[in-house]
Design a protein. Structure first.
Length: 167
């Protein structure tokens, strides 16, 4: 019985050590970013942000932007917020607007931003959809948006309101 208890103690110790090693390995190794979500990330920039009010839905607007990660680590975007929007989700220009009940189809809830890369979200592709506008938008005004990243912080930026052109 003593042999069995010692063996179980050794197994428990080994599992505990493996768990601690796994937990240490899972911690971010990038010293460029803090582990606090209240930290403004400096290695990521969002620029060229424009917001077009929807012609068909008065409580919606589409946002187009470029995001650049100059850091040495890949980052995971976990959401975008704005005080002017009830929710900010993703949409594709050729996708019919539908109402969904979850975040599983929103690419901005789990988007990897590779290190040393630039991603463009143009009018002819994936872009953000500001839904539930709290007021109407004025051409030329700037609207604040915050891009939230898993475990490293956020990036704050402004989008400029522009009336949509074309059809």
């Amino acid at each position: 019985m003593i042999f069995f208890c010692r063996r179980m103690s050794l197994v428990a110790l080994a599992i505990s050590a493996l768990g601690a090693g796994y937990q240490a390995a899972a911690q971010p190794q990038n010293h460029e970013a803090s582990s606090s979500n209240d930290t403004e990330i400096t290695e990521v920039t969002v620029h060229g942000g424009v917001l077009h009010p929807s012609r068909h839905f008065p409580d919606r607007a589409a946002g187009y932007f470029t995001i650049h990660n100059a850091g040495t680590a890949d980052l995971l975007l976990k959401g975008i917020t704005s005080p002017l929007c009830t929710s900010v989700t993703s949409n594709h220009s050729n996708q019919e607007m539908i109402e969904t009940t979850g975040d599983s189809d929103d690419i901005f809830q789990h988007l990897a931003i590779p290190h040393k890369s630039t991603m463009v979200f143009p009018a002819a592709g994936y872009h953000l959809s500001c839904r539930g506008l709290h007021r109407s938008l004025q051409n030329g005004e700037t609207i604040p948006f915050t891009f939230h990243f898993l475990d490293v912080g956020h990036v704050s930026t402004n989008f400029t309101v522009q009336e949509p052109t074309g059809k």
